[in-house]
Each structure stands twice: as structure tokens, then as C-alpha cells.
Ligand binder design. Structure first.
Ligand code: CP
Ligand code: NVA
Length: 305
């Protein structure tokens, strides 16, 4: 792996290797071990959209590994306006060791990778959120769940978070039932890719059917960043897809609740479910830090950690 733009950049063996590295980095952090495998290394973080988790976990993660990060808003650097994306990629490559970018169009992060001579990480594009999926599946893996046996249900929009989750589920052999409103199913090319990877995927428009007997239930916002103009139309389309106690009651008793956050409380998920005993959303959020540290060490060859 030279860039991490998509879950498709990883093999199953690399994912399992990253999980082991994540567990080791997390344990070391908890033990107060200040090993610095990326001492002196630097990262540029380019953000076209807002972020809490991704920005903090990359910046803090780099510091914990001994390196440093420089945050650049797209507005500040005039991404594609003041300067072309290829020129920005070429310049940054002369100064930093790695670039993470959150872009609207997936093509922008691909263009950065095509012209950079250092690794590029996708920190969320309109097509994928691979760092999120990695942290999410690590959250299940570290709990000792048998990823080939549990069934995951996705409720809501077949969006960027869903795409990466779908590809990683396929890679790890986790059956996935998805309920999306008509017209909001995952991109056909991503579905095809998941099926090529051997993914066991069931698609329905009925949220009850998808959740019935599931071990894990995952949802995300109905209105993603950049889709604000579609608010009314989306609220109407997704009305029946709220993850509430009634819907969760159809899952296996004790089923885990996941959400990438930020949540739009009262829309795709209720307070009772998000804050309830089955929710692992803060574990997912915490694990972003350690999973991304593993990705950075892997891409930069941080030696034996
Ligand atoms: N889940 C996630 O990526 O959160 P942010 O948008 O806050 O980075
Ligand atoms: N689907 C959401 C995820 C945010 C982390 C969005 O794109 O806004």
C-alpha cells in the first residue's frame, strides 16, 4: 500500500496486520509508553470540509508518534483556485512526509495522490471514509467478535461511510444487510466491487428486515456535508429509517450500536439509542486515533512498534 484512498487499497492480510498494530499502539499509549516511531516526520492535513474527530486524531496521533502535523484549510491554500491540486501535491511533497486530505470530490484526493511523491490518506471524500471503516471494524475485532459470523445491519444512506464499511465487510467476510430508501442505495460500482471480493450483501428498503437478528446496527446522518440543499427532500425520504429503541428491539439482544459521528440527534438516531448501553460510538471515535496511527506507521515504515 503506497496511498490509503480506499479500503480497496488493502488486502485482508494487511487489514489484520493493521489491527494488530493498532492494538499494540493503543496498549502502549494506555501504558504511558512514549515510543516515537515517527520522530521528526511531518504530515500536511488538507480539509475542504469541517471535522472534529479526523483532524484531532490525525494531529494528536502524529504528536504521539513523535512527529508533527500542519493543518491547512482548503480556503487558506485555495485548493484548485489559488493553486492547482497537482501543484499543491508537488510542493507539499518537498516538505512533508505524508498528506491527509478531506475533500468533497473523491477525484481531488486521487489527484493529490497521483501528483504527490509521498503517501496520501483519504480523510473522507464523497465516495469513501476508509479510516472510519478501519477503526469501526477494529472496534468489533478488539471485542473478540468473530467477524465471519456476526451480521452487520446498515440503516440509512448508502453514502461514503457505508461504502468503506461495505468494502471492508466484504474483505473480512462479514455478512451485511442494508436498508436504504429507494434511490439511496450504495453506488453500484462499490456494490460490484464488494461482491467481487466475496461480500455477502443483502439490500432492502425495509429497515426492520435489515435489523432483524443483527449483531451490530450502524447508521449515519441523512444529510452529509455538502448535501444541505437537499435537506427537505432527504428528511422526507429517510423518515422511516430512524434508529430508535423500537427498531433496535428487533436486533439480537445486546446488539451493538455504531455511528461514525457527528450525529444529528433526533433524525437518524434517538438520544436513547445513541447514549444507551448498547452504543459503542465513543469506542469507535477513540479507535480512530490508534487505527490512523497504525496506518501512518505502516505507510511511513515506522519500524517495529
Ligand atoms: N467521523 C468523522 O470523520 O468525524 P469528523 O467529521 O468530526 O472528522
Ligand atoms: N456521511 C457523513 C460522514 C461524516 C463523518 C458526511 O459525509 O458528512
Amino acid at each position: 500500500m503506497s496511498h490509503f484512498l480506499s479500503i480497496g487499497d488493502l488486502s485482508r492480510e494487511e487489514v489484520l496486520q493493521l489491527f494488530r498494530l493498532t492494538a499494540s499502539l493503543k496498549a502502549r499509549q494506555k501504558a504511558g509508553d512514549r515510543g516515537t516511531p515517527l520522530a521528526g516526520r511531518t504530515m500536511a492535513l488538507i480539509f475542504e470540509k469541517p471535522s472534529l474527530r479526523t483532524r484531532v486524531t490525525f494531529e494528536v496521533g502524529m504528536v504521539q508518534l513523535g512527529g508533527a502535523a500542519v493543518y491547512l484549510s482548503a480556503q487558506e491554500i485555495g485548493l484548485g483556485v489559488r493553486e492547482s491540486v497537482p501543484d499543491i501535491a508537488r510542493n507539499l511533497s518537498r516538505w512533508v512526509d505524508i498528506i491527509t486530505a478531506r475533500t468533497y470530490r473523491h477525484a481531488t484526493v486521487e489527484a493529490l495522490a497521483a501528483h504527490a511523491t509521498v503517501p496520501v490518506i483519504n480523510g473522507l471524500s464523497d465516495l469513501e471514509h476508509p479510516c472510519q471503516a478501519l477503526a469501526d471494524f477494529f472496534t468489533l475485532w478488539e471485542r473478540g467478535m468473530d467477524l465471519g459470523r456476526i451480521r452487520l445491519a446498515w440503516i440509512g444512506d448508502g453514502n461514503n461511510v457505508c461504502h468503506s464499511l461495505l468494502l471492508l465487510a466484504a474483505l473480512l467476510g462479514t455478512p451485511l444487510s442494508m436498508a436504504t430508501p429507494p434511490g439511496y442505495a450504495p453506488h453500484p460500482a462499490i456494490q460490484a466491487r464488494a461482491r467481487d471480493l466475496g461480500g455477502r450483501l443483502t439490500l432492502t428498503t425495509d429497515p426492520r428486515e435489515a435489523v432483524e437478528g443483527a449483531d451490530v446496527v450502524y447508521t449515519d446522518v441523512w444529510i452529509s456535508m455538502g448535501q444541505e440543499a437537499e435537506r427537505e427532500q432527504r428528511l422526507e425520504a429517510f423518515r422511516r429509517y430512524q434508529l430508535n429503541e423500537h427498531l433496535l428491539g428487533l436486533a439480537r439482544p445486546g446488539a451493538l450500536v455504531m455511528h461514525c459521528l457527528p450525529a444529528h440527534r433526533g433524525e437518524e438516531i434517538t438520544d436513547a439509542v445513541l447514549d444507551g448501553p448498547q452504543s459503542v460510538v465513543l469506542d469507535q471515535s477513540e479507535n480512530r486515533l490508534h487505527a490512523q496511527k497504525a496506518v501512518m506507521v505502516h505507510l511511513l515504515g515506522g519500524g517495529d512498534v
